[in-house]
Design a protein around this ligand. Structure first.
Ligand SMILES: NC(=O)C1=CN([C@@H]2O[C@H](COP(=O)(O)OP(=O)(O)OC[C@H]3O[C@@H](n4cnc5c(N)ncnc54)[C@H](O)[C@@H]3O)[C@@H](O)[C@H]2O)C=CC1
Ligand SMILES: O=C(O)[C@@H]1CCC=N1
Length: 275
């Protein structure tokens, strides 16, 4: 079921991996396909009944939200084409990683309805986490429409400080990729030590799923839960000692998030200049 104040119409600019994950969830939760229009250069279908256009129309249905779901680097070329539609929208949600509100506003001068959103692909099953940020120009009474839009996708966090957006992106937006890589590495490690490949993948995935569900359901921190697995003098501690030596895992993940976060500033420059 969609919330009652779900936007009346969605106009999506691009619908690839991320836009497609959001759209499939909204449709699965009861959104009528005729309440969505997708602009994509290929014109390829995104699902039964959803209108796909290859050029921006001149008008949007009343109460539309525009969702920018193309690549950040495309903003400076897309802005002139979709600017008139952005101005007609009650709000325009930008998924463009790294691109600050100021760069969005430069593309459509005078429009105060931009909201930055950073979802992640688990939105496809309603288990995403989405960061949201709007500045003081954004009409306060439109926030509930944005909340209704995001609610079917999982949890949401409004950030108070736009400077935190790239760090949130590195953790929440990019994070599924790092977790998928970890699952893969866990399975490959078991395989390299002699386990059958298919069994290693199955057990690694089941272990990560069970552990993350337990951590989500527990009052204890993941750190405390790790210690509970490690029986004194037992096997787990020997393994944890490898991960913890010289803060190996913590250091690797800090470097990982730093690299992802810092790429956001480069994407902002590309969005402003390169087209
Ligand atoms: N993939 C992810 O997990 C996440 C992606 N994002 C953001 O979502 C946006 C899209 O990323 P992905 O879906 O991964 O990329 P993608 O490459 O899968 O999809 C991009 C879409 O944009 C369309 N497109 C290309 N040129 C266009 C144009 N001129 N006008 C309209 N549409 C155009 C493409 O046809 C495609 O459907 C990016 O801005 C990214 O930063 C945000 C959070 C997570
Ligand atoms: O890789 C990217 O730039 C986007 C942002 C978060 C996930 N994917």
């Amino acid at each position: 079921m969609l919330p009652g104040d779900f936007p009346r119409h969605l106009f999506m600019v691009g619908c690839g991996n991320m836009g497609g994950a959001m759209l499939s969830r909204w449709l699965s939760q009861g959104l009528d396909a005729d309440r969505v229009t997708v602009l994509r250069p290929s014109g390829a279908s995104v699902g039964p009944g959803v209108m796909v256009v290859t050029e921006a129309p001149t008008e949007l249905p009343a109460g539309s939200i525009v969702i920018l779901a193309m690549k950040p680097q495309q903003w400076s070329t897309v802005a002139p084409a979709v600017g008139p539609l952005v101005r007609q929208s009650v709000a325009t949600l930008s998924l463009l990683a790294g691109v600050p509100l100021a760069v969005l506003q430069d593309g459509v001068p005078g429009f105060g309805g931009f909201v930055r959103a950073m979802p992640n692909t688990p939105v496809a099953i309603g288990q995403g986490v989405t960061a949201l940020y709007a500045d003081s120009d954004f009409p306060a009474d439109q926030r509930s429409g944005i909340d209704a839009l995001i609610a079917p996708l999982g949890s949401a966090e409004w950030l108070a400080d736009e400077d935190q957006f790239n760090l949130f992106t590195a953790l929440g937006g990019c994070g599924p990729a790092y977790v998928f890589r970890f699952i893969d590495a866990l399975a490959r490690a078991a395989e390299s030590l002699g386990m059958d490949e298919t069994q290693a993948r199955r057990v690694a995935l089941a272990t990560v799923r069970g552990a993350s569900s337990l951590a989500a359901a527990s009052d204890e921190t993941p750190g405390a839960l790790a210690d509970r697995v490690a029986s004194p003098g037992g096997m787990t501690r020997e393994g944890l000692d490898v991960l913890d030596a010289d803060s190996a895992l913590a250091g690797l993940l800090t470097d990982t998030l730093r690299a992802a976060r810092d790429r956001g500033e480069e994407l902002a420059r590309l969005a402003a200049n390169a087209g």
